[in-house]
Design a protein around this ligand. Structure first.
Ligand code: SF4
Ligand code: SF4
Length: 248
């Protein structure tokens, strides 16, 4: 397999190119076929959401609604591309890394959590506490301590965290995500073309598949956090559930 000459998927003009590129295939040799107009349509929908954002009165409820619409757009693209990706259900090395999340995504996730049984919530709380203790310990080894509410702090610490090989609090024993419908954006766009073993800690790095849609959605989720949740911080998933954030 060759991944040479891969088009730049972050190029916003990509949907106008001929992207039935023969060199884009996953490690099984399955070609990535992008249906005509798929990316263009998704970019238009994201653009519409982005244009109306500044005129909306800030509101948690509206913010959650927009996030769900962004997730729907991204999931529609992901579903149509999924056969060309290496990712498969139960293949979850990527659920051991630090997932950068905004406040809006954490609030949306919490809405889902609150609908679950007390047994599940209690179990997750315990694991969340453990992961936050570990995150605090890793951050504290830096001088000054790494700030886990800023992207710089996450970048400083993510490798050490990955080496600890600890699954996300929401990964089940069957290696499936237990909060799948409410998972954050980065869990929805973590598409890989190379062997899933490359995603294991200490292996790889995996070759990730990126499109302008994923890039645009990521920017928009950040803007929603600032506009509707008045919060520009970015943190690992469990870190939002510390008492001082008032989530959960
Ligand atoms: S990102 Fe890697 S570990 Fe995660 S589902 Fe895809 S191939 Fe598997
Ligand atoms: S939220 Fe779900 S998909 Fe995302 S890292 Fe956790 S278990 Fe994996």
């Amino acid at each position: 397999m060759s991944l040479d000459n891969t088009p730049n998927f972050l190029d916003p003009s990509l949907p106008t190119l001929n992207i039935g590129h023969p060199a884009i295939m996953n490690f099984r040799g399955v070609e990535v076929v992008i249906p005509d107009g798929l990316l263009e349509g998704a970019l238009q929908e994201l653009g519409s959401l982005e244009r109306i954002l500044p005129s909306e009165p800030p509101s948690r409820e509206t913010g959650i609604g927009i996030l769900r619409r962004i997730f729907l757009i991204v999931d529609q693209v992901g579903t149509l591309l999924s056969t060309g990706m290496s990712c498969r259900s139960g293949c979850a090395a990527c659920c051991r890394v630090m997932v950068a999340t905004t406040r809006g995504e954490a609030e949306l996730l919490n809405d889902g959590i609150q609908k679950r049984s007390e047994t599940e919530r209690t179990r997750w709380s315990g694991t969340i506490r453990e992961r936050n203790a570990l995150l605090g310990e890793i951050a504290g080894k830096h001088s000054p301590p790494a700030d886990l509410t800023r992207l710089d702090g996450l970048i400083e610490t993510c490798e050490s965290y990955e080496h600890e090989d600890q699954p996300c609090p929401f990964l089940g024993p069957d290696r499936l995500c237990q909060i799948y419908e409410d998972r954050p954006l980065l869990c929805r766009i973590c598409w890989v073309l190379t062997d899933p073993r490359d995603c294991e800690p200490g292996e790889g790095p995996p070759v990730k598949f990126r499109t302008a849609v994923f890039h645009r959605a990521h920017e928009l989720v950040g803007k929603v956090a600032v506009h509707h949740f008045r919060d520009d911080r970015v943190s690992p998933i469990p870190y939002w559930f510390r008492e001082e954030n008032g989530i959960g």
